[in-house]
Ligand binder design. Structure first.
Ligand SMILES: Cc1cc2nc3c(=O)[nH]c(=O)nc-3n(C[C@H](O)[C@H](O)[C@H](O)COP(=O)(O)OP(=O)(O)OC[C@H]3O[C@@H](n4cnc5c(N)ncnc54)[C@H](O)[C@@H]3O)c2cc1C
Length: 497
């Protein structure tokens, strides 16, 4: 039986960051399993008009693969996808990257201290398993009465149907989150008319940015030091945003004013402004960046329906207000099932599935390792998301922690890392204490950072990236149980064997 050192599941930003970190640490014995036919994750799947990052691309990229060639401050999704393909090539993953290879099941074999992975084809056995399966991968489709009766084209923003020609069509969009704010201005320029169903307005601040001139790109390519300085400045700006997003009174009040001024400057009609003004605390939901959304909504091209879509009768869409709107195309920009991930059902640890361990919401130590799941790491899972800075930074911090933990594992006679239950409990309590008075829990909104089964903040890391870095750097291996008796199976004990 061939045993690979590390199996990584998922080839988005996190999986590629993990593969790169392992290889740079001299750990070449890896496989990356990706169910799709391409790398990229989020940026492969989201191809809706206007899709782009909302963190400047020079920061929203991997530190090991700085890119001086970004053509826009907030790169379009297609450009990010091309970047990630290029990263996969530069990481020279070769046959280590297995596309069209889904993880269908993973089972911990305590006797041999390995993970057995079912991929539907050739099984994989690995000493360690890294789940980099993402958290915004499964489109959330709300329960709307009669949705199946809609007689036009119907699709989710993350599964855009490019075969549908929008010219001359009446398009309805459900939702006013991050995707809707990007796609509505684009649709307003293409469709005959857009109706936007808004259950809850978002806090929106100016975006700025724009095209990056060729000479600026050449300068950054010629001067890697300038590119590194730019990244450092963007990082620091991002970190400063934490105060306003986490409810620090002065910073939140100032950011709220900026958002309200932005609304006032872009929407002249007081009734429309009222409808677009959130009634919950700044930061409670993800704060959005857009210069184009309000002008689009205020234009004749868009009708704002300020209540939720509750039922569908053929081509007629009925809002909670009772208003009826006819549409030819219905776009669900309704976000993702983020708190309960399907991969958790697939992974069987020492006493059951990850989903069972997380039945009350995700828990972990260090947002990365989980009690009952030896030699297993989760990237971008419990408490690893951010509302103020680049998600890629968190994946990179986690990848560095995984490399350190594997070095710790190699020193153990049993080659097994088991998180101590009290370490996970203490970390979970730390998160709860840090989150207790933040707008994410007290701001009067319903957001996807919270697991509604328990009311706990399970998606978001309630601190800065620097604080996360320090928390993980401070973990000294004592979060794991002492080594047990060495395994006696036939697996060679050389860590890279
Ligand atoms: C439209 C959109 C815009 C965003 N913009 C930003 C932004 O501007 N800034 C920011 O910080 N974050 C942003 N995000 C969050 C974004 O998801 C993260 O920044 C990042 O891309 C997540 O990377 P990931 O590798 O963790 O997950 P993903 O990119 O989701 O990749 C996970 C991969 O795992 C694969 N996979 C899952 N399950 C299995 C399985 N069982 N077997 C095999 N493979 C599997 C998937 O196919 C996928 O390729 C955005 C998200 C969306 C949806």
């Amino acid at each position: 039986m061939r045993v690979v050192d590390v199996a990584i599941v998922g080839a988005g930003f996190a999986g590629l960051a993990m593969a790169g970190a392992l290889r740079r640490a001299g750990r070449d014995d890896i496989v990356v399993l990706e169910r799709a036919d391409d790398v990229g994750g989020t940026w492969r799947d989201n191809t809706y008009p206007g899709v782009a990052c909302d963190v400047p691309a020079h920061l929203y990229s991997l530190a090991a693969h700085p890119n001086p060639h970004w053509t826009r401050t907030f790169a379009a999704g297609g450009e990010i996808q091309r970047y990630l393909r290029d990263v996969a090539v530069r990481e020279n993953l070769g046959e280590r990257l297995r596309l069209r290879t889904p993880l269908l099941g993973a089972r911990w074999d305590a006797d041999r201290a390995v993970w057995h992975l079912d991929t539907g084809a050739e099984p994989v056995t690995a000493r360690s398993l890294v789940l980099a399966c993402g958290r915004l991968t499964e489109p959330h489709v709300p329960a709307i009465e009669g949705l199946e009766s809609f007689d036009g084209a119907l699709f989710h923003s993350a599964r855009w149907d490019h075969d549908v020609d929008l010219a001359g069509k009446r398009v309805a969009v459900v939702g006013t989150g991050a995707s809707a704010v990007q796609l509505v201005p684009e649709l307003a320029g293409r469709a005959a008319h857009v109706t936007l169903f808004q259950r809850t307005p978002a806090w929106i601040v100016p975006r700025g940015g724009g095209d990056i001139p060729v000479d600026e790109r050449e300068r950054l390519a010629d001067h890697p030091g300038d590119l590194a300085r730019l990244r450092a400045e963007l990082y620091a700006e991002g970190e400063q945003r934490f105060a306003s997003r986490s409810g620090e009174p002065a910073a939140s009040a100032a950011a709220r004013e900026i958002a309200l001024d932005h609304l006032h400057a872009q929407v002249a009609d007081p009734a429309l402004r009222d409808a677009l003004t959130p009634d919950y605390a700044f930061g409670c939901k993800r704060v959005l960046l857009s210069d184009a959304f309000y002008p689009a909504v205020a234009s004749d091209a868009v009708t704002l329906e300020p209540t939720a879509l509750v039922s569908v009768e053929g081509s007629t869409l009925v809002a909670a207000s009772g208003a009826r709107h006819d549409a030819d195309v219905l776009v669900l920009a309704t976000g993702f099932a983020s708190a309960q991930q399907p991969y958790a059902d697939l992974v069987h640890g020492e006493e059951g599935t990850l989903a069972a361990h997380w039945s009350d919401g995700m828990t972990s130590f260090g947002s990365t390792v989980v009690v009952g799941f030896p030699n297993l790491f989760v990237l971008n899972g419990p408490n690893a998301s951010l509302g103020h800075n680049s998600a890629v930074l968190m994946a990179e911090e986690q990848a560095a922690y995984v490399v350190r933990a594997l070095c710790e594992r190699d020193r153990r006679p049993d080659l097994v890392l088991r998180v101590r239950p009290d370490a996970e409990t203490a970390y979970t309590d730390e998160i709860a204490a840090a989150a207790a008075s933040t707008p994410w829990l007290t701001g009067g909104c319903r957001n996807w950072y919270v697991d509604h089964r328990s009311g706990r903040l399970t998606l978001l890391w309630p601190g800065t990236v620097q604080a996360f870095h320090e928390r993980l750097a401070g973990a000294d291996g004592s979060e794991f149980e002492p080594a047990r008796t060495p395994v006696t199976g036939s697996i060679p004990t050389h860590p890279h064997g």
